[in-house]
Design a protein. Structure first.
Length: 259
């Protein structure tokens, strides 16, 4: 089946699973095996997370506080490409951010470190670092016509889809949304080797259908399949608030007010 025919069918399937399922059926959905979650706010807990389940193809997240999510054996180093296909449900006017993180280390400790590439409704992206309690901005919130917002969805559609990608080259990291390059930054400014996963900020309803790594030569290197927890090999913030990340939360929430 062609991707153009599959996309609307998939969107309908996601809507049925996420919205139309009876309560008991939703209770039967399971947490992805081996996955971990780290909230920005150290006082937050799993009780604050409304939903994080396997929902083929991919995973469904209805977030509480901002957090990062990663599964077992999700690591990338050297030269590689990572892609994330994500469907945003009605954000109800909130411009919270979501996307990819890479280069993760000490993700459960005080010296947490990673780089993240996020989108938010309204057609903007940002690239930031997490360095313990600090969250320096590498590339500020910037609009780009390739990024689809809620207002850009097809008529009567329940979701809007974006595909984020980054290519980590030897000297430069290229960032893409829906096949359009939106930024190119020096690799030396970014920590690119380590754990990768997804970042979902406050009160978002998302379906992530693909999160995969591909060798720069085009050969599939690692994908992540929710059915096996760590099946690598298939292609398939706005507001933030970790430890010292609450200040980052406030900073990015004010960004949303700026539009």
């Amino acid at each position: 089946m062609s991707r153009s025919l599959f996309a609307p069918l998939f969107a309908c399937t996601v809507l049925f699973l996420a919205v139309s399922f009876p309560a008991q059926a939703q209770e039967d959905l399971v947490r992805p095996e081996g996955w971990q979650v780290r909230f920005d706010n150290p006082e937050a807990s799993e009780d604050d997370l409304e939903m994080f389940v396997s929902m083929p193809p991919g995973w469904h997240v209805t977030s509480g506080p901002a957090a990062i999510y990663w599964g077992p054996d999700m690591e990338a180093s050297g030269e590689y490409r990572i892609e994330m296909e994500v469907y945003l449900f009605d954000p109800a006017g909130r411009r919270e951010a979501f996307g990819i993180f890479v280069g993760g280390s000490d993700l459960t400790g005080d010296a947490v470190d990673y780089t993240y590439f996020l989108l938010r409704d309204g057609g903007e992206f940002i690239v930031k670092r997490r360095e313990g309690p600090e969250a320096p901005t590498i590339h500020p919130w910037t609009g780009h016509e390739a990024i689809l917002g809620w207002a850009d969805r097809e008529e009567e559609a329940a979701t809007v889809k974006n595909v984020l990608a980054l290519e980590a080259g030897a000297e430069t990291v290229h960032f893409f949304v829906n096949d359009a390059e939106v930024a190119a930054l020096p690799r030396a400014d970014l920590g690119m080797d380590g754990v990768f996963g997804m970042r979902v900020n406050h009160a978002l309803n998302l379906h992530i259908s693909r999160l995969e790594t591909v060798a720069m030569g085009g050969e599939e290197e690692e994908g992540h399949d929710q059915d096996e927890g760590a099946d690598h090999g298939e292609g398939h913030d706005e507001g933030e608030g970790h430890d010292g990340a609450e200040g980052d939360d406030q900073e990015e929430e004010s960004d949303q007010d700026d539009g």
